[in-house]
Design a protein around this ligand. Structure first.
Ligand code: FES
Length: 661
């Protein structure tokens, strides 16, 4: 509108921006809003048992910005002083009044949301390699004696300007019955192969509105299977199953060792995993009223050992130095050739492995996180038994694989366990009293400790000064107890401290809370021996974590050295993988797995490999792009890098106390 000859320009409203990690969501608020309302209204499932009264303490969030969000009186009652110092707040007690970044710990997310953290789907162009065409064929007569295949091709050309170069043999055998049983009205599925289109499926009637595929993230421990609508590009359903090959060994090397012993072992390992995937696909299809025959294509990503074992390829060259993959090309093969039960003419597509210990899951992660097009220097890390790290700098993408071992999955840790109900997943230690506060999965009684809990414990032991920079327990802190072998341990089970307090009261007053008199018990003095029934951390556990974090830190240091840059020049760090979603980035820095860095630079993206597998299922462009990226990635063999040993030795040491955040 013009007023006094001047145009009145409406200024855009300034909105409050809230970045929500590890979900990777950004929301905008028109005005200051209660934190819990803002999170819930954005569709994120956060626990709020008391409905926002500030009593239950379930809606804990971590405010990643310093200051500006002081704790309310109610929060001071619920949260420990250490939590408050770390930026922990109750979402329901805070108002989001300015731009901020928050982190929602997994313990605050609803179960449904935890599943979503498996990885966010990207908006990409939908162009699957398989496409369906409805055809009304001319009925054959004595005057029109063209073959069925010619008849289909003529119709395809006339109606859709496409044609088929070949037809799958199995489909060919079924074709005449389907055509005639359905009065010459059929749906043909064409797959774009490098040599031209192939008819891979023929159904009766018009089935063009139903088109499905399966994406598989084939992990050493877990297999994630996604049912995907190829028309909408959306995941319809998913399921996670344990890799049945686990019976042949928990880690990649023992799996390979088993498979290379003889050909029968290799066949057994291959058929077991295929059978398990078939059962899961069948279950997903039945649940969604589909037949596994209707699954047109399957994409599979995984580490190179899983890739070879799934295909039944020889593995000796992979298991022995110099650890070579059999191929570094993408593979398209008929599903039936390896026993995969989808549409009889359907294909399995496998992204190329990068190297012996850098698989196609790493490539899928790079694709899904768009690491290759990030501005500046960007690092992508997928933490697991083998941790793959990629650095994108002006020198291109370089990847390494580090043998971080299974400690973060709970293996080789005395009370270690997988992330299951009862596992301690969060630990905070009061630096004054040295007493821990723990959070277990599903709030069950603690029965063990999972990866994120182990990582938290070590960081907190360090912050409370219970261990030194070399990871050694400091008995003078008077909060350590000996196990039955006389070795020091730090106890995490709260029940132990409750009983100890009770015992101290008895010793002082002579009676306990219910009027009973007790004699001296095992909880009387520090450094006493105590029962093995409590979940604890011992010296060997700390060493395991030192080795694991040192392997990862070494990979980071070598990549930086190779690129000729310091860590401060890294603009973004992407942590991928299921475990990576649940760890507290602060503690990753505090144990020295990463050099010190602003938390703002860290993003946790969940199962990016699974997202990548889905992307190459629904888009042939993404498939081509991934294959191109694979050619551009330079693999760096860590163990022969000149400064590897030196980096590894220095990386086992924890940061100085003043470096902790
Ligand atoms: S919802 Fe219960 S404390 Fe916030």
């Amino acid at each position: 509108m013009m007023k006094n000859g001047k145009a009145k320009i409406k200024m855009p409203e300034k909105k409050i921006k809230v970045e929500i990690e590890p979900i990777g969501r950004r929301i905008f608020l028109k005005q200051p809003v209660n934190g819990l309302d803002a999170i819930v209204n954005s569709g994120i499932g956060i626990k709020s048992v008391c409905g926002g009264k500030g009593i239950c303490g379930k809606c804990r969030i971590i405010i990643l910005d310093d200051g500006e969000f002081p704790p309310s009186e109610q929060e001071k009652k619920i949260l420990t002083s250490d939590e408050i110092k770390r930026g922990v707040r109750l979402a329901c007690q805070q108002t989001f009044h300015k731009d901020l970044s928050i982190y929602i710990p997994s313990s605050s997310l609803s179960e449904e949301q935890k599943l979503q953290v498996e990885g966010e789907e990207l908006d990409i162009e939908i162009s699957p390699v398989c496409k369906k065409y409805f055809l009304g064929l001319e009925e054959a007569t004595l005057k029109d004696t063209k073959s069925d295949f010619t008849r289909i091709n003529e119709c395809l050309r006339k109606e859709y300007s496409v044609d088929a170069r070949t037809i799958d043999f199995k489909v060919l055998t079924q074709m005449p019955t389907v055509i005639r049983d359905n009065k010459w009205k059929i749906t043909a599925t064409l797959r774009e192969n490098s040599s031209g289109n192939e008819i891979i499926f023929i159904e009766g009637g018009n089935r063009t509105k139903s088109s499905y595929g399966i994406a598989v993230d084939l992990g050493t421990t877990k297999i994630a299977i996604f049912l995907v609508d190829l028309l909408k590009g959306k995941t319809v359903d998913r399921i996670g199953v344990t890799n049945p090959q686990i019976r042949f060994g928990e880690d990649v090397m023992s799996r390979l060792g088993y498979a290379m012993q003889d050909e029968d072992n290799l066949k057994r390992a291959q058929s077991l995993v295929v059978q398990s995937i078939n059962e899961a696909v069948d279950g997903l299809c039945k649940k969604n009223r589909l037949s596994s025959n209707e699954i047109l294509e399957m994409t599979v990503v995984g580490n190179t050992a899983m890739h070879h074992l799934f295909l039944g390829l020889p593995v000796k060259q992979l298991a022995l130095s110099p650890f070579l993959p059999l191929t570094s090309e993408a593979i398209h093969l008929k599903a039936r050739e390896i026993g995969v039960a989808i549409s009889p003419g359907g294909y399995v597509y496998m992204l190329p492995p990068i190297a012996g210990f850098v698989g196609s899951d790493h490539l899928a992660m790079i694709l899904a996180t768009r690491l290759y097009e990030q501005e500046g220097n960007c690092m992508g890390i997928d933490i697991g038994t083998n941790t793959e790290i990629a650095l994108k700098s002006r020198k291109g993408i370089v990847s390494v694989s580090t043998a971080s071992g299974p400690a973060f999955e709970g293996a080789h840790i005395k009370y270690g366990m997988r992330a299951a109900p009862g596992a301690i997943e969060r630990v905070v230690i009061d630096p004054e009293t040295c007493v821990p506060v723990i959070q277990t999965i599903d709030d069950r009684e603690p029965v063990g400790i999972c990866g994120s809990g182990i990582l938290d414990s070590i960081a907190e032991l360090l912050k409370a000064g219970i261990i030194d920079r070399w990871g050694k327990f400091k008995p003078e802190k008077k909060c350590l107890y000996r196990d039955r072998h006389g070795n020091y341990q730090y106890i995490l089970t709260p029940e132990f401290y409750m009983q100890k307090r009770n015992n101290e009261r008895i010793q002082k007053d002579g009676v306990n809370g219910i009027g009973e008199t007790r004699q001296k018990t095992e909880y009387g003095r520090y450094n006493d021996r105590c029962d093995d029934k409590y979940v604890s951390i011992n010296q060997r556990d700390i060493v395991e974590i030192q080795l694991a974090k040192s392997a990862i830190r070494t990979g980071i240091e070598v990549l930086l050295e190779d690129a000729g840059i310091g860590f401060e020049k890294i603009d973004r760090i992407i942590i991928a993988g299921a475990f990576g979603s649940y760890i507290d980035p602060k503690n990753v820095i505090n144990i020295g797995m990463f050099p010190r860095v602003s938390l703002r630079k860290i993003t946790q993206v969940g199962n990016a490999a699974g997202v990548g597998a889905r992307m190459v299922l629904i888009s042939k462009k993404e498939r081509e792009l991934a294959e191109k990226i694979a050619c551009d990635i330079r693999y760096l063999e860590l163990t022969v890098y000149p400064s590897f040993t030196e980096h590894f030795a220095t990386s086992t040491i924890f940061p100085e106390p003043w470096e902790l955040i």
